[in-house]
Design a protein around this ligand. Structure first.
Ligand code: UFG
Length: 336
């Protein structure tokens, strides 16, 4: 199939492009390089531009003629969304609606949407399944939930088939070491732990050890980026046979506390990793763990990297390579 990947220069999008190409699909990448990296675009034709521009998308759709769109391009930092909601609504809602205007006018064109566990807000049950109330507590979650609602309405009105995947904590890197996570600034736990081992990015902080969890630190469900992408591939096949506006939670189903992640990272890197306990970070729920049974059942999705050790090991290979550093990335962006 001809599949267009928005945000294909980003962390999850670049892993998706690799998997699609390996499975024989023709890939087109749309990215404005606001947070993505040129050197991560290796599997597909690049269209550089912003999805909020209708003229730009006219050209892309005319040239690439996609049969499906996988939409990863978005702002995705919870903390940033609290202080800059306008940017979040503009990128994540206005941008996505602009893309949907093009998708809905192409009969049969599939749409796969990157949603988030942040649509649920503070969990009411230990495991979060698809029926859990959606009550986001920050603008980031609200922008993603707005699009989930739009997708339901677009299927009803325009028969536009879609799947929304609510990611829990995406982590790890492709085992090849060719691509990985490289946010700037980095806010995620596993990259920050590994950065601290490499002496980059300052000391590691544990945000709160007074939560109502066994060791007092927050529990999250870490899911390997390639396992997330495998669900998208399975989702495309499912959508072809079952048109609708579907939604699935994607997680490992196992929660790990910040201290547990740190301890596994110490085993992976083979050294003690110092960390300072700091006050809680605003907006962090104590625990977020997915119930992903529905995706396994409907999509036939299985995990290739269920073990947290493997998730951290693949991330470590990538970080150790030094390819992630902003300085290197900027040089490569400028060079091309
Ligand atoms: N943490 C630390 N120290 C750090 C960074 C993080 O202790 O330096 C803790 C956080 O407090 C949290 C856990 O590690 O308890 C994981 O934090 P991340 O920032 O790695 O990930 P989040 O769970 O905050 O965010 C993820 C996704 C978001 C999504 C959110 C849903 O990355 O896109 O889950 O709540 F919105």
């Amino acid at each position: 199939m001809r599949l267009l990947v928005s945000g294909g220069a980003g962390y999850i999008g670049s892993h998706m492009c690799k998997l699609l190409a390996e499975n024989g699909h023709e890939v087109g990448v749309v990215d404005n390089f606001s947070t993505g990296y040129r050197q991560a675009v290796r599997w597909g034709k690049l269209y550089q531009g912003d999805i909020r521009s209708a003229e730009f998308l006219d050209e892309v759709f005319e040239d690439f003629n996609p049969e499906g769109v996988l939409h990863f391009a978005a702002k995705s930092q919870v903390g940033e969304s609290l202080v800059a909601p306008a940017e979040y609504f503009s990128n994540n809602v206005v941008g996505t609606l602009s893309l949907l205007e093009h998708v809905r006018k192409r009969p049969g064109c599939l749409f796969v949407f990157s949603s988030t566990a942040a649509i649920f807000g503070n969990p009411q049950t230990p495991l979060i399944d698809e029926q859990h109330p959606r009550n986001p507590i920050n603008p980031y979650g609200r922008t993603k939930l707005s699009i989930e609602y739009a997708l339901q309405d677009y299927f009803t009105a325009y028969a536009m088939p879609s799947i929304s995947f609510r990611y829990f904590n995406a982590a790890g890197a492709d085992p090849s070491g060719a691509i990985g996570e490289a946010h700037d600034p980095e806010t995620h736990l596993i990259p920050l732990i590994l950065e601290s081992v490499l002496g980059r990015g300052g000391g590691l902080k544990i945000f709160g050890d007074d939560y109502d969890t066994p060791d007092g630190t927050c529990i999250r469900d870490y899911i390997h980026v390639n396992d997330l992408c495998a669900a998208h591939l399975a989702g495309i096949r499912y959508l072809q046979r079952n048109p609708g506006a579907h939604f699935y939670n994607l997680g490992n189903g196992n929660g790990f506390s910040v201290r547990q992640v740190l301890s596994v990272a110490e085993q992976v890197v083979g050294q003690r990793i110092p960390a300072e306990v700091c006050p809680r970070r605003a907006g962090d729920p104590a625990s977020l763990v997915a119930q992903s049974v529905r995706a396994r059942k409907d999509l036939g999705w299985t995990l290739q990297f269920p073990a947290i050790e493997d998730i951290i090991s693949t991330a470590w290979r990538w970080h150790r390579s030094g390819k992630f550093s902003r300085r290197v990335a900027d040089a490569l962006n400028v060079a091309e």
